[in-house]
Design a protein around this ligand. Structure first.
Ligand SMILES: C[S@@+](CC[C@H](N)C(=O)[O-])C[C@H]1O[C@@H](n2cnc3c(N)ncnc32)[C@H](O)[C@@H]1O
Length: 301
């Protein structure tokens, strides 16, 4: 499809319908070792045709216009060069909401939805959740803050990030989802610039948790297109989580919850950090769909 000669030859034989474009592109992405070749092809074609993926399924016999095919071909070329689909189309779905992303933000991952589920469970059990204060440390595109604001309309949220550009994108997403009045975005190293409230009912974070050595093993698509500062915590991978655990002493209410995402590689080390701090009870992991320990949930004594 991306090589004019082949495409023209084949066009004479049979038309480039939605179905054929999807099949060709899926094979092409598979040859480029995409983890989700069919899904990538569908998202890009739906974007080029300004329709939903579901609408593609009912349009298999349709022939996209020349303009749509040109737009699609360009996106396929960029994906073939390793660019993540979310960055090509400029958005990613998370917890059934659409979030703008850019090269300055981590692309939201489905694993982080487990953190949302745990946070909602914990919020339901808070002694008084009528106006609970929630923190989202390292908000990135704002997925955690915005999703929790949507789900918990009475909560108030402070979302921090060390990156100014991430804060701008997160604030834009909050406005799009009409929860900007509920969330205060602060450019800050963890809580350094956050004075109010003194203590939170819940501290959530999907912080950088990759070690320098693990970073070298990440796929080029991640290393070349996503910000290293969103991924790498330091030599061990536990550096930022360790600081968050310490913060809970002064910034988390008794009975409040600290919920952090982590990698299975550092799960044991993080459990030790939580234990040694003596700040928490009911410390437990939540596994992701692959069965890996992905979320650490702790309740402040
Ligand atoms: C793994 S990304 C998570 C982004 C988003 N919360 C998500 O789940 O998709 C980590 C985020 O933490 C931010 N970050 C890194 N170090 C930080 C620090 N010391 N203080 C605040 N934010 C930090 C990065 O800029 C990045 O946006």
């Amino acid at each position: 499809m991306s090589q004019g000669k082949n495409e023209n030859t084949q066009t004479n034989e049979s038309p480039w319908t939605v179905l054929r474009l999807l099949q060709w592109t899926t094979d092409f992405f598979r040859s480029k070792e995409s983890d989700s070749p069919r899904l990538d092809a569908e998202i890009l074609l739906a974007h080029a045709m300004s329709c939903t993926r579901v609408e593609l399924y009912t349009s298999y016999a349709k022939e996209p216009s020349d303009e749509e095919r040109v737009a699609f071909r360009e996106m396929v070329r960029r994906r073939g060069n390793g660019m993540p689909v979310a960055q090509i189309v400029g958005y990613r779905e998370f917890y059934s909401l659409s979030f703008r992303v850019s090269e300055a933000t981590l692309i939201p991952r489905p694993e982080t939805e487990h953190l949302i589920v745990e946070a909602l469970d914990c919020a339901a059990n808070l002694p008084d959740n009528t106006e609970c204060w929630i923190a989202d440390i390292g908000t990135g595109s704002g997925v955690i803050a915005v999703t929790l604001a949507k789900q918990l309309p009475k909560s108030r949220i402070v979302a921090t990030d060390i990156s100014e550009t991430a804060i701008e994108i997160a604030a834009w997403n909050a406005e799009q989802h009409e929860v900007d009045q509920q969330i205060r975005f602060v450019k800050s190293d963890l809580f350094d610039q956050v004075e109010e409230p003194a203590r939170f009912s819940m501290i959530c974070s999907n912080p950088p948790y990759i070690s320098e050595s693990e970073y070298l093993d990440l796929s080029p698509t991640v290393r070349e297109f996503e910000p290293k500062s969103a991924l790498v915590a330091g030599e061990q991978g536990t550096e930022i989580i360790s600081r968050i655990v310490q913060l809970c002493e002064s910034r988390l209410l008794t009975g409040g919850h600290c919920i952090v995402e982590l990698s299975p590689m550092i799960a044991e080390a993080c459990m030790e950090l939580a234990d040694k701090s003596k700040l928490f009870e009911k410390i437990h992991f939540i596994k992701d769909l692959a069965g890996h320990r992905r979320i650490l949930s702790m309740c402040r004594r």
